[in-house]
Design a protein around this ligand. Sequence first.
Ligand SMILES: [Ca+2]
Ligand SMILES: [Ca+2]
Length: 198
Amino acid sequence: MRITRFFVAAAIAASLVAGPAGTATADVGIPWRLDSVHTSSYETSLDGWAWYKDANLRDGNVTRSATQAQDGSYGLKFYLDGLNDDGTLWVRKQFARPDTTAQYKVEVSFWVYSGQQSNFNTWPIFAYIGSTAPAAEEDFTSVGQTDGPVGWAKYTHVAYIQPEAGATFEVAYGLSATWEVQRDYYLDNAEVKIYQIG
Ligand SMILES: [Ca+2]
Ligand SMILES: [Ca+2]
């Protein structure tokens, strides 16, 4: 995992305790105030999110689809060709910081649909918040696994942005192939919350 000055120690601890629908507890007592919420349900467009894959993924893409939706009628279909037994596919969007002199807390949440339940052969779900764009699986934080209970499950990741980190930051989420099959997963309803102190 790449750790830069972008993350403080508390951010690492928070990401470890933030699981599916989980709540980070590392910053209890800090008076975080919600500054803004950016919701993407993908009903008419990708809403500024663009998809990327790392060099290990044999093939893959992200398209809007009405096959499954957690909110509204459309979601994102992630198609992964896992025949390399490896590879990561994600969507990414850049956000501006309202005030570049203050520390911020950023939380991204999103929903993943699993069409089956499996006790093995689950695929890791990843999220990322950072000052530069992620390029490969090792840049991401694991936030859970696919194919738990059938249906939709929510995943959350939290990070902290230091004052010196720059005027913009990148948010990304997606999943990795770990099995030699081709699969579709549906994701929807991403929410990026930006908190300011005080
Ligand atoms: Ca939607
Ligand atoms: Ca991998």
